[in-house]
Structures are given as C-alpha cells and as structure tokens.
Ligand binder design. Structure first.
Ligand code: DQQ
Length: 479
C-alpha cells in the first residue's frame, strides 16, 4: 500500500499550504465516501473509498484507518481490493460494516454491474476475506423500471432487528425519482427482496439515491441519502419507519455547502450517533493531480434531534484535545458598514467560537483567510434579513481556477438566543457549526501565504460580539 510514515506525512503536510492538518485524509491519492464505520473493541474504524493509483476517482478500493479518540488516526493496510474477474473487478464501492455475532462483516457494492458483496475478517478488521459466493444480491427487483445501464443499485446499509438482518440499497425508478429497496436475511448471505421503503423526487430531478442510511434517533427514525445527478448534498429526513415503510415528517440538508456528500453514521459505545461526510474538492482535476491528493473526511458530527424535529449536529468534545494556544477577546462592538481586524490572532489551522448578538445588522460575521490588503477573504455570516447562514468564497483566492460562490441555507435565531458560530479552519477546509444545529462546509485555496487574518464585520446595522475564543489547532499527525 502507498503508505507514508508519520514523519513523511508531517513533511508532506508542512510543504502543502492547502493540505488539512486535523481532518483525516489518506497520505496521498484520491479519497471519497466514508464506509464501514464501526467501533470494534473500543477502536473507531473508518473505511473509505480510495484510489491507490492517483488523485482521481478510479480503481476504487477500501482504505482503512483506526482511532482511539475519533480525532487522531492511524493508517491501516487497504481493506478491500478489486478482484480481477470477480464481481467487484471494476471497483469496491460504498457500503457498511456490521458485527455478525462476533464476526466483523463488510457489505459493499461490487461493480460492474452493481451487485452487493460481503467480506469478513478473522484478524480484528485488518485483513478481509471475500465470500466465495459473492455477489449475495445479483440484481435489483426485475418488475420495476430501475434507472441506469444496466442499473444503478448500490451502497448497502445493513442493520439488525428482531434477530433478522435488513438491508437498504440505493437506486432510482425511471421518471419517478430516487428509491431505497429493502431486503431481509437471516445470515447476510441469502437475501429476500421486500419492497421500496420510500420513493420520491426531492430535488425535482432525482435519478438515483445513493449512500442511504436508516437509524433510530430518540423515538424517531432518520433517513440519510445523497442524490444524483445533484451531487451536492447529503439530505436527511426525520420520520417514522414501520412495517417496511418510511413516512417522512421533515426533509432537510445535513450541510448547506456543496462539498459535504455521501455521509454515513455509526452508533458508538457512548450511544452517540456519529456522522462523517466526504468533503469534496473545490479546485480542478489538474490541481488535484499536482497536489497528489483529493478528498478529505469531515470532522465527526454528533447528531441529535431539535425541539422542532429537525436534525442537529455538533462536533464531539474530543476535538478539544487538539486545541493549542488560546486567545480571547470580549465585548467588541462593530458598527454598520465597518470591519474590525483581530490583532495578533491569525492562522490557517484554528478553531474559533464567536458568540454574538446580531443586533440590527443585516449581515454579521467573520472574514477569515484574509490577506492584509483584503485581496483574498472568505466571509462566514448570518443574514438576519433573509434568515440564513452563508459562506461567500467569491474572493477566497486570486487563483481563478478555484470555486467561488455564495452558499447559504435557512437558519433562524430564536428569540432570546444569541448566535454562536463555531468555525474550524483547516487550511483549505472550513467547517462551520451554528448554534450546535446547522452546518455549512466550504473549500478555499488562498494563493497568498499571508491570507491568515480574521476580521469582524457588520452591514446594514451594528452588532455586538460578546466573546471570541480562538485556539490554534495542533496537527493530528504530530507526536
Ligand atoms: N461513491 C461510490 C458509490 C457511491 C458514490 C463510488 C457516492 O458507491 O454511490 O466511489 O459518492
């Protein structure tokens, strides 16, 4: 496997200004979806879609990393490699992991065509033996007009209920929308098709629902799915699942930015439902190839349900273990149409917690990754008039090839509430949590090495920053 030592990793990280320091990504090459998330003997295992042959999507294997604390990861050998002549010869695509009475088992999609396969490990999740009878599901139900050539039918999500195994497989029905097919088994090998649990067209143009998940959260059920051809968001729905049918109450986006995709979750031994997503790149293929890597794993997010029935998320407390030097300012007023630079506080590897009263400002927030002359800057803000949370990357980089846009999502501050923006800046990754409930992820690639300043701003009225705490974040690859 193309693995780098910790020392090599550190060297690579230091010489590449865009390479994240405290988000997981493999030492080099392409990574996409999180797969097979599972806690085993106290260790968190993160598998992921991986191309060991370059920084582009292709020859998809399952990479593997392990962590005792959710934050610092150790690379393990590749878990799944396509078998020439086998049902996964063209790639080991996404799937999940389960504990089958003590036997760790991966259920994944082999291509091409897309079929469902399983593999087991007898040595603590390092080496994996593919089942000789793969594929365990050879094709989608025949009586439905399934999209794709020959079909789109992938990303198994498996759980146990009343002693039986159930599996959802993502797919779509021509001219109708995305769908999730439900199967049942008592041994993970022989599967009976039951029915679609939910079919809908959420974007107006849903062809395929991929990377599905269904899990209980409090007394509700949550469905996650990512939609093609949109390829921008992982959507969630909170609702009720009973008698093999899912009835949605609400539908929303897990993240307002266009980079957080193919999210998957796991339940840990503290009963936390943890979610990771693939953070996509915002620069062209040539730049990715030149960098030698593409794709980053989001920070883990702890899921909960809000009083309004919507999905909420915030980072786990473990993230605090990589906080370094701390800076704080309190009680800073920012008048309408003015900015205020935070003296002596800057960086590209930071956690910022800003607690503020938006006052009568129309837009209030922070500019980060700013150059001293303002040539480069990224705005993270709350828009009180439009009631949304936004990231504006239109001036994030002087490099014209990188993404630039304004991304936003509905976000309301309830009466009596202040706004808390919790911002993780990790070189080219920005992950923003607002009031522990909404998230927006961005990618920025400033071209200047001095694009490190932090500036407060308000427009249309004045705002009051009660406190701003900033921590310099340590690399997760350090000693
Ligand atoms: N990525 C995998 C598929 C999945 C897609 C292929 C989502 O299994 O549907 O790498 O990003």
């Amino acid at each position: 496997m193309s693995q780098l030592s910790i020392a090599d990793r550190l060297q690579t990280d230091l010489s590449d200004p865009h390479r994240p320091q405290f988000h997981f990504l493999p030492a080099k090459n392409w990574m996409n979806d999180p797969n097979g998330l599972i806690q085993w003997q106290g260790q968190y295992h993160l598998f992921y879609q991986y191309n060991p042959n370059g920084a582009i999507h292709g020859t998809i294997h399952w990479g593997h990393a392990v962590s005792g604390d959710l934050i610092r990861w150790t690379d393990l050998p590749i878990a799944l490699t396509p078998t020439p002549g086998g049902p996964d010869a063209a790639g080991c695509w996404s799937g999940c992991a389960v504990d089958n009475h003590g036997v760790p088992t991966l259920i994944y999609t082999g291509v091409r065509p897309q079929v469902q396969c399983i593999a087991t490990s007898a040595d603590g999740l390092v080496n994996w033996d593919k089942f000789s009878g793969n594929p365990v599901v050879k094709s989608p139900p025949q009586d439905l007009n399934v999209v794709g050539a020959p079909w789109d039918f992938r990303d198994p999500w498996v759980w146990q209920e009343d002693g039986l195994w159930y599996m959802l497989v993502g797919s779509g029905i021509t001219d109708i929308g995305g769908t999730l097919f439900l199967y049942k088994s008592d041994d993970l090998i022989d599967w009976d098709y039951l029915q679609p649990i939910w079919t809908a067209n959420l974007t107006g143009n849903d062809e395929v629902w991929e990377c599905p998940a269904l899990f209980r959260l409090n007394d509700q059920h949550v469905v996650l799915l990512s939609i093609q051809p949109e390829f921008r968001h992982t959507y969630y729905s909170v609702g009720r699942y009973a008698d093999c049918c899912y009835v949605p109450d609400t539908v929303g986006k897990t993240d307002f930015g266009p980079y957080f995709y193919a999210a998957q979750t796991m339940l840990d031994d503290q009963s936390r439902r943890l979610m990771w997503g693939w953070v996509k790149e915002g620069r062209p293929v040539e730049a990715r190839k030149a960098a030698g890597w593409a794709g980053v794993m989001s920070l883990p997010r702890v899921l909960s349900l809000g009083a309004d029935g919507r999905l909420q998320m915030e980072p786990p407390t473990e993230i605090q273990s990589i906080r370094g030097a701390h800076h704080q300012v309190t009680n800073v007023g920012v008048l309408a149409e003015t900015t205020r630079m935070l003296d002596g506080m800057k960086g590209d590897s930071l956690e910022i917690i800003a607690d503020l009263g938006p006052g009568d400002a129309q837009q209030v927030g922070l500019k980060v990754r700013c150059s001293p002359g303002g040539e480069e800057e990224t705005l993270i803000y709350y828009d009180g008039q439009r009631q949304c949370l936004a990231i504006d990357t239109r001036r994030a980089s002087l490099d014209p090839e990188t993404d630039r846009s304004v991304e936003q999502g509905d976000f309301r501050i309830e009466s009596g509430e202040t706004l808390q923006l919790r911002i993780f800046i990790d070189r080219s990754v920005l992950e923003v949590f607002a009031n522990g409930r909404a998230c927006i992820t961005g990618r920025v690639y400033p071209s200047r090495s001095d694009s490190l300043d932090i500036v407060l701003f308000a427009t249309g009225g004045s705002a009051w920053f009660k406190s701003i705490d900033i921590w310099e974040m340590n690399s997760i690859w350090g000693a």
